[in-house]
Design a protein around this ligand. Sequence first.
Ligand SMILES: Cc1cc2nc3c(=O)[nH]c(=O)nc-3n(C[C@H](O)[C@H](O)[C@H](O)COP(=O)(O)OP(=O)(O)OC[C@H]3O[C@@H](n4cnc5c(N)ncnc54)[C@H](O)[C@@H]3O)c2cc1C
Length: 470
Amino acid sequence: MNNIELITEPSRKIPVFAETGVLVVGGGPAGISAAIAAAREGVDTMLIERYGFCGGVITQSMIGTTAWYRYADTVDAEGIAKEFEERAEKMDAVIDVLGKVKNKDMVKTLEADGLMINGKPTFKILDTEMFKCLIDQMLEEAGVKVLLHCMVVDAIMEDNIITGVITESKSGRQAILAKRVIDATGDADMAHFAGAPFRKKPKHELMETTVNFGCKGVNIGKFLMYVYLNPGKLSDWGETADKDGFSTYLVEPFRKAQEAGEIRMMDNIKIESYWSSYTDEGEIISMDGIHLYNIDPTDVWDLTTAEIEGRKRVLDAINALKRYTPGFKKAKLRTIGTSLGTRESRKIIGTYNINEHEVRNQARFKDSIGICPEFIDGYGVAILPKKGRYFHVPFGICVPQNVENLLVAGRCVAGDKISHAATRQMCCCIVTGQGVGIASAISLKENVPSRMVNILEVQNHLIKQGVKVH
Ligand SMILES: Cc1cc2nc3c(=O)[nH]c(=O)nc-3n(C[C@H](O)[C@H](O)[C@H](O)COP(=O)(O)OP(=O)(O)OC[C@H]3O[C@@H](n4cnc5c(N)ncnc54)[C@H](O)[C@@H]3O)c2cc1C
């Protein structure tokens, strides 16, 4: 930017091409939940997504593990998250990795670990391609008007009240007017455009971004035997009470390739891979493997660098897997995520800001819009909700300061560093999404600003929609 002069963009009139009651910006786990919940309350609801499909990180980075934290004693949030799983199962859109385990001793071990109850897995993994179709169906059934391939680039403001958005798409620059707006962009784009305060750490302190990839041509039997003999541990990724807990964390092949000088070492890139699901056709669907640090996900040059550098490293990683991992000898690249996956960028300053103490100590709030199992993953902390512990998710973390009729859901809600490692999890993003969807709809019906909504009424409607509120 240094040598580029500023130019003045001439003012111009642009068409208003839609009006709606509730407008949700962003179609990730938070946004789809918000839109479905609002529409089910009977208000006109529209959802805008910049790509050609919804799902956010689930579909863009092939992350189907929305519920992998669930153990036998976990107390769960219920609501739309549960509906996603049930609907996916009905439409044969899950990958039942644990269900493939038939060996009696293995089943006993999984039951003892709390990952199976009476021989049935506690969770299944979403088929992330099928999830694109499932979400189309659920949005349509709820009556949400969906607009794809459309990027929101600004907020329309009357004083401090948001009254719509400016969009850019193949149809040009257009406006949408809305009585209530929900920011589910992950990056708090709307809060930023509307002038609400937010915080964004310096990029070297942000969580890493990741380029995910999948492989085909894998001899799954050989690979699983290797994993069985060389199991990853939860303690490989941070502070945990469960030091020997199993994790699908693969380090060895990449370390060997680095030692052999086959992968260029760089301070800001780490190649180590979680993997989640496989198919009988020899596919490992998603390898969460190329981690790029020092990337600002709101800077287009950084995003470009991360995508291109990430893809180079995907090829390095596949070579390392072929050379040093049993079962991968004939492996080939299957897919690269449609987009780099982002874990952290802007976070709003809310009317309430949740903190580490609260997510670690089962906090209770009067304005709870749902519960979140004590699942904390990030910054070297790895806590899984094995014992049924959970915290309340307060409405205040979704309410930005200074701007009216805007609510926020998903990973950009308000909170400190360690609380982000909990609220960024998809289960929590879905809770905040469903909560603000209903809150926006009710505030519209009651004709009060979003932040002034009757929270008891919101809680009643959440319970009617199947959410565990307390
Ligand atoms: C590699 C990786 C692995 C992960 N693994 C897990 C896991 O196993 N389990 C788990 O629970 N969590 C996991 N997470 C965290 C979790 O996936 C994210 O925190 C979560 O998806 C955030 O949801 P969201 O809806 O807030 O944002 P996103 O999923 O990022 O969705 C935001 C959506 O908004 C759209 N959008 C953004 N800006 C605009 C705009 N201006 N106009 C229009 N559309 C816009 C985007 O295209 C996207 O669809 C992982 C994250 C990453 C990156």
